[in-house]
Structure formats: structure tokens, C-alpha cells
Design a protein around this ligand. Structure first.
Ligand SMILES: [Zn+2]
Length: 203
């Protein structure tokens, strides 16, 4: 019997990986996180190479660290973090590396509640040129959800993650090839910073 947070090393499918990530998130929510694979033995075992089980695109927000909220350890997640979890050229290149060279079976695009970047974009704020680039990248999701009822920031954050996940294959030949041949799943998800729950978004 495996202990919580342990795992077999055989290659796993996208669904197996996601079920492990969401099991880790349930532990995190219940304050039962085990903080797996963070000791010296694990550090030594991954020193010569990494075989992460998933790539995660997340916001830089300090409340959204993927390893903590999925209760994972060293060498488990290949993480790209940018404010507003926008995906520009460098982020896309990083995901292509994860897919082609590390052969991750899944990419999770993770939006979150109470995102400062989404809030600023909703208020029509502008800042320095580089910050503006992030706000502009959030506009399509904000416009697409403008007529929806409820929490505007939450609606936009969900739409942004869902939209990015859907667009990735069209933006990258490398990702498209792997997705079309069943070697890569790309999913959107939404993290609630108050409850700790990660919700998987329907495509
Ligand atoms: Zn954010």
C-alpha cells in the first residue's frame, strides 16, 4: 500500500497524474498535506535529471505556489509562473521544452481567485510598458465574460485559464502534435485562494 503522497515511478497517463494532483490538493485543503519528496534522498535522486509528472502555468501571486497546493515535492512539477498567468513567447517555449524533452503528459493552466492582474485589467488600469503587456493579454477573457453575472474577476480568471488551455495547440506546433497523438493533455483549472480548492475547468 502506498503512503499518501508516494508514487510509483512508472510512466503515468494524464488522467493518472491529474488524479494524483487533485488528491494532493484535497490533502492540502484538509490541512493533511504530507510535503512529499522534499528530503535529502529525493534531492539526491533528482540531482542528475528531472522527470516531472506535469507542467503547470500559474500566476506569480505568492498565494498560488503549485507545489504546495497540489502537495508535491522536488522534481514533480515543471512550473511556469508569470503575473496573470499569461503565456507569452518565453512561457510557450518553456512549455514546449516540458512537452518535447521532459515528456510531461499534462499541462495545467491555473488561474486563481482575487488575482491582482485581473483586477487591474478589469479597472482599466495601466502601468509600465511591460506591465501593460500583461494587462492587454488579459483583455480577451475580460471582454468575453463582461456580460456574465456574478464575480467578474472570478469569471474572467476562469475564462482566461480555459481560453489559454484551448489556444495552446493552435499557438504551438510542438504542443499540437503531442496533443493530437494523445501524448499530451492540456487542461484549465481555477484555484480559490480562500478555500484552497482547485477546480478543473471544462474545455
Ligand atoms: Zn494572479
Amino acid at each position: 500500500m502506498e503512503r499518501a503522497g508516494e508514487r510509483v515511478t512508472a510512466k503515468r497517463t494524464a488522467e493518472q497524474v491529474m488524479s494524483e494532483l487533485w488528491e494532493g490538493n484535497r490533502r492540502f485543503q484538509r490541512d493533511e498535506a504530507v510535503g512529499p519528496r522534499r528530503d535529502g534522498a529525493r534531492r539526491a535522486s533528482v540531482a542528475d535529471g528531472q522527470t516531472p509528472c506535469a507542467a503547470v502555468v500559474a500566476c506569480s501571486d505568492s498565494r498560488v505556489p503549485p507545489e504546495l497546493l497540489f502537495d508535491q515535492g522536488l522534481g514533480d512539477l515543471f512550473v511556469v509562473r508569470v503575473a496573470g498567468n499569461v503565456i507569452g513567447g518565453d512561457a510557450l517555449g518553456s512549455l514546449e521544452y516540458a512537452a518535447e524533452h521532459l515528456e510531461v503528459p499534462v499541462i495545467v493552466v491555473l488561474g486563481h481567485s482575487r488575482c491582482g492582474a485581473i483586477g487591474a485589467a478589469l479597472r482599466g488600469e495601466s502601468g509600465s510598458p511591460h506591465l501593460n503587456g500583461i494587462l492587454v493579454a488579459l483583455r480577451p477573457a475580460i471582454e468575453a465574460t463582461a456580460a456574465l453575472r456574478g464575480d467578474r474577476a472570478a469569471n474572467a480568471a476562469r475564462e482566461h485559464a480555459r481560453r489559454l488551455a484551448a489556444e495552446l495547440p493552435a499557438r504551438s506546433l510542438a504542443l499540437r502534435r503531442r496533443a493530437e497523438t494523445g501524448r499530451l493533455a492540456i487542461v484549465g483549472a481555477y484555484y480559490d485562494v480562500a478555500t484552497g480548492a482547485v477546480e478543473r475547468l471544462e474545455p
